[in-house]
Design a protein around this ligand. Structure first.
Ligand code: HAM
Length: 439
């Protein structure tokens, strides 16, 4: 039988080596803390879901990139491309009688068959927050502020929010009786900034000249003087009742954010659309300078839960791309401040001290000190070299001679000094030295 070799990861899939893995877990922990701070309860939903659920309102773009397969029972299933559909399923079914609002948090991997490039992978990680049951602008503002907190807590600077409102455009298209299929196609084109194609499609579907010229003007409105721009939007859409309502809603949300004194840098973009089809209200994405891919995005979707058979439930949510947050952290060189455990290599000298050695290792671990046992039977010199290379803090050398006195040798690998210490004092010794290190 011939051997197998040369295996590689599937295109678009990555291994996370220890450093990457620990950064991902750090960012994930931060996301969990922010969820806690804002009162979001964590839930865990399956990676594999019914294809029909995930595709219902995902939009053509996401739908065309889903990993789809039949399971062995012949069910059409897919790997989740996002969390929102799963959370909406829960709120439409199992959680339907829970008191509102519901604040739910998930974190985990998601899958899209995107073209692999910087910050774009086929397996990626999201932290996802959904706030369900309130149509108040306070809910929208909360999701934006929570997002701002999360990015701040990861040490990111120069974060900018791009904001739009799908209700402005939808108000016009619905009033003009544009078929939903065409509406969605128009949004997909706008999401890709193909405004001319979007306008062309509208003209072809028989929309009035006046209407297309309003939309043409609308998509040009963008900038940082947000209240000014809302005013311009209101003037442009003055004949479309639903659109005026949407602009008012946008104004209220923007007021709440600026009144909250959490400094969020906002750009308003009236021609902004997002690929997902379920949005009905405000939509947004976050960016940092020098990285032109979104760190996350979200928006209001007031009809998804009833589409899934639940009670009509207004909702707003956001997903943060953890891989991209990690990229931005590296770019901005924001080192996470984690409290690292002290690390110790425990080396046995000779054959007859094995029991005592593993007992000592256990005492240390129970005190929260990270221990690696030397198990390659290396000579002391070699073992210390390895411990040094691994940047460990201490080596403990367990030899017969010291053991007979109830002691071991502790070597401080940073200061390069060693001494004989009573077994009962090892933990104290290591933590004491740590205390001295503190400013
Ligand atoms: P989304 O904009 O499709 O929204 O994805 C959110 C974030 O996930 C993106 O901004 C990006 O950071 C990250 N992301 C998406 N695709 C990839 C990829 N191929 N590689 C790396 N990162 C990626 C949603 O998923 C909605 N569920 C957000 C939401 C929640 N809306 C309401 N509630």
């Amino acid at each position: 039988m011939s051997g197998m070799s040369g295996f590689r990861t599937v295109r678009g899939m990555r291994d996370f080596l220890p450093e990457e893995a620990s950064l991902l877990r750090f960012v994930e922990d931060r996301a969990r803390k922010v969820a806690d701070l804002y009162g979001y309860k964590e839930i865990i939903t399956p990676i594999v879901e019914p294809y029909d659920l995930l595709s219902a309102k995902a939009g053509e773009e996401v739908k065309s990139r889903m990993f789809i397969f039949k399971d062995l029972g012949g069910r059409d299933v897919a790997l989740r491309p996002e969390f929102t559909a799963s959370v909406a399923r829960l709120v439409a079914t199992t959680l339907k009688n829970e008191p509102k609002p519901l604040r739910l948090f998930c974190v985990g991997s998601a899958y899209r068959y995107d073209e692999p490039q910087k910050g774009r992978y086929r397996e990626f990680w999201q932290s996802n927050y959904e706030l369900m049951g309130s149509n108040r602008p306070e809910a929208d503002a909360e999701i934006l502020m929570l997002t701002n907190t999360l990015l701040q807590q990861n040490g990111l600077r120069r974060v900018a929010f791009k904001i739009g409102h799908i209700g402005v455009l939808k108000g016009i298209l619905e009033h003009e009786k544009v078929e939903e299929r065409i509406q969605n196609a128009v949004m997909q084109l706008m999401d890709k900034k193909q405004y001319d194609d979007a306008i062309g499609l509208l003209k072809n579907s028989g929309v009035s000249e006046n209407c297309t010229s309003i939309i043409q003007e609308l998509v040009k409105l963008r900038g940082a003087n947000v209240l000014e721009i809302v005013k311009k939007i209101e003037r442009l859409v003055k004949n479309y009742e639903k659109s005026i309502e949407a602009a008012k809603n946008l104004r209220e949300i923007l007021r709440l954010i600026s009144g909250s004194e959490c400094r969020i840098d906002v750009t308003l973009d009236a021609g902004f659309a997002r690929g997902l089809e379920y949005y009905t209200g405000i939509i947004f994405e976050m960016y940092v300078t020098d990285l032109d891919i979104a760190l996350g995005g979200g928006g209001r979707y007031d009809r998804l839960i009833e589409l899934f058979g639940g009670e009509p439930t207004p909702a707003i949510g956001v997903a943060h791309g953890l891989d991209r947050i990690m990229l931005a952290m590296k770019m901005q060189q924001t080192r996470p401040q984690t409290q690292r455990r002290k690390t110790v290599m425990v080396v046995a000298v000779g054959d007859d001290v094995a029991d005592e050695t593993s007992r000592i290792a256990q005492i240390l671990r129970e005190s929260g000190i990270s221990v690696e046992l030397e198990i390659m039977r290396r000579k002391i010199g070699k073992a210390l070299e390895v411990a040094d290379k691994k940047k460990m803090d201490y080596a403990i050398i367990v030899g017969k001679k010291e053991l007979d006195e109830g002691a071991v040798v502790i070597r401080d690998l940073v200061r390069r000094e060693q001494s004989v210490v009573n077994i009962g004092k090892i933990v104290e010794r290591i933590t004491l030295v740590e205390g001295r290190d503190l400013p």
